[in-house]
Design a protein around this ligand. Structure first.
Ligand code: PEP
Ligand code: MN
Length: 272
């Protein structure tokens, strides 16, 4: 297995750690990560980056390697998408997070982004978990589609066991018998996992519900339940998104949600 501890990268990783530590491991702050499901174009990404930054997001999300259910769906822009994330980060000052799906995409992402995301479908890809652990970059670990809390924590353990303690857990809904929502948001997992581990726990109401009308109330509920942050899909034109448009917020609704979250965070002793 390849090692990612190259000298030039170590210096870069240190810089990145400081940025993400400030953003995601930020004490009382409820961190909000926002951006499109997939990076689609320069115009799309920069437009949304500027808006979510202005609204108070701490980090920019955007997929360059998309694990789609169908091989014929948009698979992401690959390296071009990563370059656009780096450009949007330079333009706004936002730290960035993107999903890696294998060792090749991991190696590319290390050059361009501040935090690596392990998607729900890869939560038990143990060799990938070890590889992101060795990379030294902060990792956002989504809960698997049908993963128990224990399996999810053990997946985090794989990363930490490689000496990388910068892991953020993300509850993104689990598969149940219910089909009315894309997944079932297990909000009780938030305080439970906070009890069982010292790692920050954030919530992804976009993938948990699949429906933008439910994203706003579930975001409020997540912050009220004590989540350490949210990751939200925001698109400048949700109706034209190449991926997950139905669950993406418009920049205007994101603005309104951010204003509300400040009040809810304050009520539970946090800052949004
Ligand atoms: C995503 O965040 O873009 C994503 C694919 O999420 P999940 O892995 O939770 O389905
Ligand atoms: Mn998505």
């Amino acid at each position: 297995m390849k090692s990612y501890r190259l000298v030039s990268r170590e210096a870069k990783t240190e810089k990145t750690l400081v940025r993400v530590r400030d953003a995601v491991f930020g004490g009382d702050r409820v961190v909000v990560i926002a951006g499109p499901c997939a990076v689609e174009s320069r115009e799309q990404l920069l437009a949304v980056a500027v808006r979510v930054c202005r609204a108070g997001a701490c980090m920019l999300r955007g997929g360059a390697f998309k694990p789609r259910s169908s091989p014929y769906s948009f698979q992401g822009l690959g390296r071009e998408g990563l370059k656009l994330l780096a450009e949007a980060s330079a333009a706004t000052g936002l730290a960035t997070v993107t999903e890696v799906i294998d060792e090749a995409s991991l190696e590319l992402a290390l050059e361009y982004v501040d935090m690596l995301q392990i998607g729900a479908r890869n939560m038990q890809n143990f060799s990938l978990l070890r590889a992101v652990g060795r990379s030294g970059k902060p990792v956002l670990l989504k809960r698997g589609l049908s993963a128990t809390v224990e399996e999810w924590l053990m997946a985090a353990e794989y990363i930490v066991a490689e000496g990388n303690e910068h892991v953020v857990l993300c509850e993104r809904g689990i598969r149940t018998f219910e089909k009315a929502t894309r997944n079932t948001l297990d909000l009780s997992a938030v305080p439970l996992v906070q009890e069982l581990s010292h790692l920050p726990v954030i919530v992804d109401p976009s993938h948990a519900t699949g429906d933008r009308r439910l994203v706003v109330p579930m975001s409020r509920a997540a912050v009220a339940a004590g989540a350490d942050g949210l990751i939200l899909e925001v698109h400048p034109e949700p109706e034209n998104a190449l991926c997950d448009g139905s669950q993406s917020l418009s920049p205007d609704s994101f603005d309104r949600l951010m204003a509300e979250l400040q009040l809810i965070a304050a009520a539970v002793g946090r800052v949004a």
